[in-house]
Design a binder for this molecule. Sequence first.
Ligand code: ZLS
Ligand code: CA
Ligand code: ZN
Length: 393
Amino acid sequence: METKKRVAYFYNNEIGNYNYGKLHLMNPKRISMTHSLIVGYGVYKDLDVYTTREATKEEIMQFHDQDYVEYLSNYVSSTKIDFLRKNGCTAPIIDEEAKNDVEKKRQYGIDVQADCPGFDGVYTFSQLSTGGSIDAAHLIINNAADVAINWGGGLHHAKKGEAYGFCYVNDIVICILELLKVFPRVLYIDIDVHHGDGVEEAFFTTNRVMTVSFHEFGEDFFPGTGGLNSSGEGLGKNYAVNVPLRPGMDDESYKQLFKNVMNKVMEVFRPDVVVFQTGADSLANDKIGHFNLSIRGHGECLTYMLRFNVPVVVLGGGGYTIQNVSRCWAYETGLLVKKNLNGPIPVDDPFFHLYEKQNMLHVPIQQVENKNSKEDLNKIQEEVFKQLKEVDA
Ligand code: ZLS
Ligand code: CA
Ligand code: ZN
C-alpha cells in the first residue's frame, strides 16, 4: 500500500528575475512560470511551502574552491560598472580589476559570449538555487518531508573551481554532501538530456553515492562525457551508471529502459534517499535537446521512483522551451501530491500571454524518427545490467 506523502516545496519570488542575457537560452523566469501554474491549478494547498534562502559561502565551499567562490561573489558585470560610473559613482568597485582580468575569467569559466556569462546577481542567483537544495536535504534528514522539491536547483555541470554549461554552483553535489552526513547511501538520478558530469565527477570514487544519468550522446552533443563504460573508479567502480542515447527517444522506449534500469539499481544499491534531477530539456521540442518525450512520459519516470518508499529530493535542471518546462514541472508537482493536472492554462495566470498559441497544459507532440533501434537499446540495457551485477552494496 502506498501511503500519502508529505511533499515540501521551496520557492523564492526573486529567482525568476535573474537574467543570463538577452540571447541566452537559460531563462530563470521558467521557475516563476512553474510557480504560477502550481498556484493556478490549486496544487499549492497540498504542499508544505517554504521560502528559499540564499546558501552561505561556507555551505558552497563544502564543494567549491574558495578562490572561485570569492571571485563569483565579488562579480560585478561591466554593464553594471559602466552604469554606476555614468551615474557618478566614484567609489572603488570591489572586484573591478579582477573581473576585467581576462585570464581569471577564463580560469573560472566565465565568458559573456558563451555558456556561462557573468551577469548581474549571478552569485545571489546561485545561492538561491543552492539554498533550496540544501534545505530540501535538511527536511528529509529531519524526517519532516517524504518528498522535497526545488525547481530552482539541478545545476549539474558546475565544477569545483569553474562554471560550466550554464551552471555556476553545483547545488546537487552540495545537497548530496548534506545527505551523506546522515545517510550511508545516496542515489542520484538525472533525466536531463545532458550528462550529469559535475555530479558524477564529484562522487566518481565513492561507493556511497550511485549516479545514474540518461542523456543524449554523440555527434558532439554537450558535454561529450557519460559513455557506457565510464563507470567509476577505485571504491566507486561500477557506482557511476551512464545510459547514452541517440536523438528521438520516445515515451515508450524511454520509460521501458528507465524502469528496467532503475528497478535493478534499487535492487542492488538499496539507497537511503534519492536525489532526482528532472531536467525538462529531454521533452519534445526543446531548443537544445533532441529527445521526444511527452510531459506525461517524463512525469512517469519521476513517479516510478515513489513506489520504493525511499525519500526523494526533486530538483529542476535544464529546459529551454520555457512554456513546456513550466507545464512539465507544475504537472510533476501535481503528480507528487497525487493530482493528475490537465485542461487549459488558467486564464488569470500572469504569464498567460506566453501560452496563448497553445493554451492547454498538455501539448501534442509530432512523431519524429527514433534514432535508437530496439537492438541498440537492448544492448545498452544489457551492458548496464552487466555493470550492476558487479555492485555489492
Ligand atoms: O544540462 O555545446 C556547448 C559548448 C559550445 C557550443 C556553444 N558555445 C556558446 C560554447 C561552446 C560547445 N555548450 C552547451 C551547454 C549546454 C548546457 C546545458 C545545461 C543543462 O541543461 C543544465 C542546466 C550548449 N548547447 C547550446 C548552447 N550551449 C548555446 C546555444 C546558444 C547560445 C547563445 C547564448 C549562449 C551563447 C549564444 C548559447 C549557448
Ligand atoms: Ca542526464
Ligand atoms: Zn540539460
